[in-house]
Design a protein around this ligand. Structure first.
Ligand code: ZN
Length: 275
């Protein structure tokens, strides 16, 4: 990593210099000799069970293991259960993503922790249990949570909580910021037992390039960490009618590069269980 000289920084305007400094320091993770744990942990959120199941041949082609975080507003159909069972048998993890995809902080603020659990955790977890699943990891709906929400989730037995990271943010059509994924240290798991993690959104609206992803994968390799990514619906063409998801071709490029760089595939709870 290149560092800015103090002299060059002094010539920059103060806010710009601050941003560059912040980037220089957040991007500073030491390269290491040992790569044995380096990996990639990909997860998928919501309820695209048929669409995810259709990705099985792709996962098999690259020996990829991933995590599916299920929003479960109703009991699962027989067909959904058998598809999720097969995915689990293949080595993927089935996690939980709330019952109704509500705003956790607002629900817990308005109704308190017990009622929040009763509304957002218990019904969906009951449907999952009835279908034979025992989710150990949880993805926050909309990346919305606070310490109180987290403590309810830990008390309900979840070992790993996954939040959302975005590399670009737009407001009213204007880009507020754009960060290269290799500079976002918080999307890399360093096997320190951390149970609150952030995964980078790979949906089409995140606007990530193949070059950025290859760099990000290279950083996981060089720092013996695991790159955490997530998306929603698998898409085979540009999204339409409010679809939100990732390009399957883009996912395949990620899987291919991860294989080329010999990264391990981790499910979300495997990260916290790997010492
Ligand atoms: Zn979601």
């Amino acid at each position: 990593m290149k560092y800015l000289s103090l002299r060059s920084v002094l010539f920059l305007s103060a806010p710009f210099a601050f941003v560059l400094f912040a980037l220089a320091f957040t991007g500073c993770v030491q390269d290491v000799e040992n790569h044995e744990k380096s990996g990639i942990a990909i997860s998928f959120d919501d309820h695209f069970i048929d669409e995810w199941y259709a990705l099985r041949p792709l996962f098999q082609k690259y020996q990829a293991k991933v995590t599916f975080f299920i929003t479960c507003p109703d009991s699962l159909s027989k067909d959904e259960i058998s598809k999720l069972k097969q995915l689990e048998k293949d080595g993927h993890e089935i996690g939980f993503h709330s019952t109704n995809h509500g705003k956790s902080t607002e629900l817990i603020g308005a109704f308190g922790p017990a009622k929040y659990a009763e509304m957002e955790l218990e019904p969906g977890m009951k449907y999952m249990a009835a279908a034979g699943f025992k989710p150990r990891s949880y993805a926050h709906p909309g990346g919305n949570h606070n310490d109180q929400v987290d403590s309810v989730l830990f008390a309900n037995g979840f070992k790993m909580l996954r939040d959302v990271a975005v590399s670009r943010r737009q407001l009213f059509g204007y880009q507020i910021y754009a960060l290269a994924p290799r500079l976002m240290n918080w999307i890399y798991y360093s096997f320190d037992g951390e149970k609150n993690v952030d995964a980078l959104l790979i949906d089409t609206d995140a606007g990530l390039s193949n070059a950025e992803m290859n760099e990000a994968i290279g950083k996981a390799k060089n720092t013996n960490t695991t790159l955490m990514l997530f998306g929603h619906e698998p898409l085979y063409k540009a999204p339409e009618n409010g679809e939100y998801g990732f390009s399957v071709a883009f996912l395949e490029k990620i899987l291919k590069e991860a294989n080329r760089q010999k990264l391990k595939f981790y499910t979300m709870s495997e990260l916290v269980e790997t010492k």
